[in-house]
Design a protein around this ligand. Structure first.
Ligand code: BGC
Length: 720
């Protein structure tokens, strides 16, 4: 029943409407009042339109239409403008390329690749008449079991910022608006309408806001989506501190703010706070209710002008009202995009364990047994609005390995509820290698509720039963975030974390298994030995996966009551999320943030810091040499962490402030240089309040994971 309702929800989100139509009239026929020519300055076009539109038309513009569109205002020649989810490919409106999940893009640590994937997604959007992409999401992995962690860019604000910027640049360079979401602190999907994130300002500024800030100030996202949850007791859609004070006044955002779907709870609240567009329809922001609020004096007509103005200005800026919605020069999907999706999966899949079993030696292997339900039913993405419903092709793990195996015989072994079916036991025993496909399906890891920490569906039993018969196991784990691995890790000799690898996951996995590609993905989150090790979990729920579906998607009365029944999650762990906690507490994780093995080895040397002493705001240049000391070409991610050796407020042990991914041939060496500006040394001091750098010594630590620092030095900052 539960799964059926989720599927119904998924269907509902596939709006069947056609972009490019305006009340039955084709956009090409639209009359733009003769005053909206592209050569007229945007502000002039906006103010002329605002003065010619009736109040009701402006209100209509600010209240969503048909689940995914900004409404057409035919009288003034404005066509409807269509949006679609999102960050791993175009979810709705027919076939599209499914790229690896956003968390996998982050695990590639490759800005160029992220930009290429994002611009390919935007081209497909243009081909389908989509002008607004409802992503990317940049909420931080605060708890490992958040059902949407796979949609985000990991636990570190710097990494998330560095990934979101090229993502947005890639999409917006094609004329499609991005909607960075969910602003802010939507850090779990457990009962997301009621979970009040109680978070202090310093934590907000240092951990939960930086990726949004980068999206706005560096990448200039055209749109921002508010979150479902309240923050410090005020719903995100009504949170003036976030939507106006920080977003517009501090960061200079000039786009429009969209509500998350059904996340508004009044008419005046969102309007006064700075929201511009209510989605998916005008439940609260509609002609009747807004006019009544104006009559009552709780809002003014100027508020509506501001909202409509923000929408119009952004749509003009991106040329959306000046072009046909469908760009026929773009393809809705293509073999080139499938290839790019495969390359992205190869770059992101992370090798976590290799007990001399990988890469598989094709010459010495005659049989590979493939076990586990996800071998044939390999999820291309997590569930909910991020899932591409109709991928242009799909290669599961079994097929991918079969395609690449040459003369090796690849056999699928049936199992049920953790038991190997009797006829398979003999084959399993004879196999040279067992590929054990584990993890979460897109029902088990999805939007609207959280996921289990331990592997679902008798998979631990399956591991035990498989290992009893054949111990040459390489496990392929599909999971968008950390999960329980410690108890079964000794039973496997090799382990790849595949995240959700997109439509060609099977081919990418095979390429890594057989050593055609050298693994280079690195963890964008910390994997703890046990759930209780994450401090944030103390301030979370005991059974995160048990959210009542009714509370989320239930009848309206449940949502109306939601406001009264807020539950508060205190972010008591403060800044100490992910490796910031583990490093500071000297608590050993199972796999540290930034970790990932390769089939080759790298040597780091010659750290150079210039100047090693200087003014607080002076840029510091750090260089380091990296050599491939193995026999295979490969890529390494050079990670730079900064530690404030002494500060007046507690700071994490160290924080990521730079990274570069480089490719090296065997024995090749390259020098990597980082330029650290004042942001790399500063922290948010809520006593000021503001960002500050304190004089003193800072350690510069460079390595290939937060747990493996290979060269370090220090820089001294002097008072100015
Ligand atoms: C999700 C958003 C998504 C929207 C539209 C909501 O349920 O939270 O991330 O963009 O639906 O599909």
């Amino acid at each position: 029943m539960f799964n059926k309702r989720i599927k119904m929800f998924a269907q509902k989100m596939m709006s069947p409407d056609k972009p490019g139509e305006m009340s039955g009239k084709k956009i090409e026929d639209a009359d733009f009042l003769g005053l909206t020519g592209a050569e007229t300055p945007i502000e002039q076009r906006v103010s002329r339109l605002l003065s010619s539109m009736a109040l009701s038309e402006k209100i209509d513009l600010c209240s969503g239409y048909d689940s995914l569109a900004i409404r057409a205002i035919p009288r003034v020649g404005l066509p409807s403008v269509w949006s679609s989810d999102a960050s791993s490919g175009i979810r709705s409106f027919d076939t599209a390329t499914a790229f690896p999940a956003p968390i996998a893009l982050a695990a590639s640590w490759d800005r160029t690749l992220v930009k290429e994937c994002a611009s390919a997604i935007a081209e497909e959007a243009r081909a389908k008449g989509i002008s607004i992409l409802l992503g990317p999401g940049v909420n931080i992995h605060r708890v490992p079991t958040c059902g949407r962690n796979f949609e985000y860019f990991g636990e570190d604000p710097y990494l998330a910022s560095e990934i979101v910027v090229p993502y947005i640049e890639g999409v917006q360079s094609k004329g499609v608006i991005t909607t960075v979401k969910h602003f802010a602190c939507n850090n779990s999907d457990f009962d997301r309408h009621r979970n009040n994130a109680s978070v202090d300002e310093r934590t907000l500024r240092e951990i939960y806001l930086p990726a949004f800030k980068a999206a706005v100030t560096q990448a200039k996202t055209g749109s921002v989506m508010s979150a479902y949850n309240p923050i410090n007791g005020v719903y995100a859609s009504e949170n003036k501190m976030l939507l106006t004070n920080i977003l517009r006044d501090e960061w200079g955002f000039d786009g429009f703010v969209i509500s998350d779907w059904i996340s508004t709870y009044s008419t005046e609240g969102p309007i006064k706070a700075g929201l511009d567009l209510e989605m998916p329809n005008g439940k609260w922001i509609n002609v009747k209710m807004v006019k009544k609020a104006i009559e009552n004096g709780t809002i003014a007509p100027e508020d509506i002008d501001r909202m409509a103005g923000n929408i119009l200005r952004t749509l003009f800026k991106f040329g959306i009202y000046d072009r046909a919605p469908i760009d026929t020069s773009c393809k809705p999907h293509s073999p080139e995009h499938t290839h790019l999706s495969t390359e992205a999966a190869k770059e992101s899949i992370t090798l976590l364990k290799n007990d001399k079993i990988l890469p598989l030696n094709q010459e010495k292997i005659t049989t590979i047994a493939v076990v586990g339900p996800l071998a044939k039913d390999t999820p291309i993405g997590g569930g909910g609005s991020c899932l591409v419903i109709s991928p242009s092709s799909q290669t599961d793990i079994l097929t991918g390995v079969q395609n690449a195996s040459g003369d090796i015989s690849v056999i699928y072994i049936e199992s049920k509820e953790g038991e190997i079916l009797s006829e398979g036991k003999h084959l399993l025993k004879k196999a040279d290698i067992v590929l054990l496909c584990l993890g979460y399906s897109n029902i088990e890891e999805s939007e609207t509720y959280d996921k289990m920490w331990r592997l679902p569906n008798f998979q631990e039993k399956l591991i035990r039963n498989t290992a009893r018969i054949n111990s040459n196991i390489v496990s392929l784990l599909l999971s968008g975030s950390a999960c329980e691995i410690d108890s079964w890790l000794p039973a496997v000799k090799g382990l790849f974390l595949c995240y959700f690898p997109g439509q060609s996951g099977g081919n990418a996995i095979a390429s890594l298994l057989f050593g055609e590609t050298n693994p280079s993905g690195k963890l964008p989150f910390t994997i703890a030995k046990q759930f209780a090790d994450y401090k944030s979990n103390e301030n979370y729920v005991k059974h995160p996966e048990r959210t009542s579906f009714r509370q989320i998607m239930g009848p309206k009365r449940v949502l109306k009551k939601a406001k009264k029944q807020m539950k508060t999650f205190e972010y008591k762990e403060g800044l100490f999320v992910g490796y910031r906690q583990f490093d500071t507490e000297k608590l050993e994780p199972l796999f540290p943030f930034g970790f990932g093995l390769s089939y080759t080895t790298f040597e780091f040397s010659d750290l150079n810091i210039t100047p090693d002493s200087g003014g607080l705001k002076e840029t510091v240049s750090v260089s380091c040499s990296v050599r491939n000391t193995g026999k295979m070409a490969g890529s390494e991610v050079i990670q730079l962490y900064v530690k404030d050796n002494e500060s007046s407020l507690p700071r994490p042990e160290k924080e990521l402030k730079g990274f570069e991914k480089i490719n090296l041939e065997p024995q090749e060496a390259k020098t990597v240089t980082f330029n650290l500006n004042k942001e790399a040394f500063s922290f948010y001091d809520n006593r000021l309040p503001g960002w500050t750098i304190e004089p003193g010594d800072f350690t510069i630590a460079v390595g290939n994971s937060s747990g493996n620092i290979l060269v370090s030095g220090s820089v001294s900052k002097k008072a100015e």
